[in-house]
Write a protein that binds this ligand. Structure first.
Ligand SMILES: Nc1ncnc2c1ncn2[C@@H]1O[C@H](COP(=O)(O)OP(=O)(O)OP(=O)(O)O)[C@@H](O)[C@H]1O
Ligand SMILES: [Mg+2]
Length: 412
């Protein structure tokens, strides 16, 4: 099979590294042909802290994916998150002087929008167009072919720390893989879980991973805010381990199988047997106590989210629901507690099914990696489409990534 038909999403997460291999099949559709997952040991709160361990985990997940798919993997679209990510909105404008707007004009206005001063230790990862304005007309997604005096671009810019991005890229490259593109993880998760209608109407995607909780707010089909919060499912596990004086493995088991963040839903007389640390005698713990511990952490997380939403949703007039995804979304009661604290309808978001996807893959913990695979598919399709068609829709992230690298080099 030609290597151009092979597509790979690689999610280097805090708890697991996952590789999904897809092919661009004869019908022009994306079809999954292999998956490999391996526990991740070299990351903390979404960032690489141990290169050697991270490389080993990536290698193991790649080998598994290669074995299952039977294809050779040469490059991948990878995801990025971590505390170092900082995003903001920017506006650029250029004169058109009454002429017809061309793709070059769009390029110029995007250059103007991204010509903002950022510290030299930061790198631009994405410049995502939200809307274009031609003179006094707003809400334009593709201005090519229109006439006007002044063209304005509103964009969402995602930046990250150069060193931390390099660490991740280095880990991937050490396994012999080339990095095809880097995508912010909540953008990838949104791709896998949200519908275009939801993004149009306004929606808040919250990916609760192991080390971080990633936010993406969409309105009018565009990303208007993204943020990484350094709290994830592992913090829930650690809290349980400390409060119950048990191992992390035992705490993880209880969190997944016997707990809830809703104290009032727990039968007050229900107890569970837990294994003490270092083979200490098993003990009885009230499930209401387990729920109290998890509720405290979940409440803290949702208070942080609520503060962000209170500011951003008013500023951008978004009135949409919340969609929870990521493995941590499955901690029982998370959606109900979100509704109570944020006062917004909340549901769990599962990845959309497409060719070759099994039931096992339709788990919120695979949203990011499936989204990365879809981003890779979009990029390849985009590369095969003649230039004039490339601006269709607003998602031209991948088209921009290469030009951004050069702009970044020019600025710094
Ligand atoms: N069924 C479940 N019930 C409760 N929690 C779960 C369940 N499945 C997974 N989790 C939790 O989800 C978290 C891992 O989620 P995920 O795989 O999305 O994270 P990650 O991508 O490795 O990490 P990150 O995105 O933060 O770098 C862990 O804390 C795990 O305990
Ligand atoms: Mg993740």
């Amino acid at each position: 099979m030609s290597n151009r038909n092979i597509l790979v999403g690689l999610d280097v997460g805090t708890t697991k590294v996952c590789t999904i291999v897809g092919v661009h099949n004869l019908n022009g559709e994306l079809e999954i042909v292999g998956i490999g997952t391996h526990p991740s040991f070299g990351l903390k709160k979404g960032s690489v802290v141990n290169i050697e361990k991270t490389v080993r985990s990536i290698q193991a997940s790649l080998e598994e994916a290669k074995l299952m798919s039977g294809v050779d993997i040469k490059s991948a679209t990878i995801g990025i998150a971590g505390n170092h990510i900082y995003s903001f909105n920017s506006i650029g404008a250029v004169p058109i002087k009454g002429k017809v707007i061309t793709e070059d004009d769009v390029g110029r206005v995007l250059d103007a929008a991204k010509a903002v001063v950022i510290p030299s230790d930061r790198e631009i990862l994405h410049v995502i167009p939200q809307e274009f304005r031609v003179d006094n007309t707003s809400g334009i997604k593709d201005p090519v072919g229109m006439c006007g005096i002044r063209l304005e671009a509103h964009v969402h810019i995602v930046t990250g720390a150069v060193s931390l991005i390099q660490n991740l890229v280095k880990c991937v490259e050490q396994t012999g893989l080339q990095v095809e593109q880097i995508t912010l993880q909540p953008i990838a998760s949104s791709e896998a879980v949200l519908t275009n209608e939801e993004k149009e109407m306004g929606v808040i995607l919250i990916d609760i991973g192991g080390g971080t909780t990633d936010l993406a707010i969409w309105k009018d089909g565009a990303l208007i805010h993204s943020q990484i919060i350094p709290v994830g499912g592992n913090h829930f596990t650690n809290d349980l381990a400390v409060a119950l004086k048990i191992s992390n493995t035992e705490a993880e088991r209880i969190k997944i199988h016997h707990s809830s963040v809703l104290i009032e839903k727990i039968n007050q007389s229900a107890h569970i047997t837990v294994q003490g640390v270092n083979n200490a005698r098993p003990g009885e713990i009230a499930l209401s106590f387990v729920a109290e511990v998890l509720n405290a952490r979940a409440t803290e997380l949702y208070e942080i989210i609520k503060a962000i939403l209170d500011e951003k949703l008013v500023e951008y007039q978004v009135n949409g629901p919340i969609v929870l995804t990521g493995g941590g979304a499955l901690i029982k009661g998370m959606a109900e507690l979100s509704e109570y604290i944020t006062q917004r309808p909340t549901k769990i978001g599962y990845p959309h099914a497409f060719g070759g996807m099994t039931n096992i893959m339709q788990h919120p913990k695979y949203s990011t990696v499936l989204g990365l695979l879809m981003e890779s598919f979009k990029k390849r399709k985009d590369e095969n489409v003649p230039n004039a068609k490339k601006l269709e829709g607003i998602d031209i992230i991948s088209k921009l990534s290469e030009s951004l690298k050069s702009v970044f080099k020019e600025i710094f």
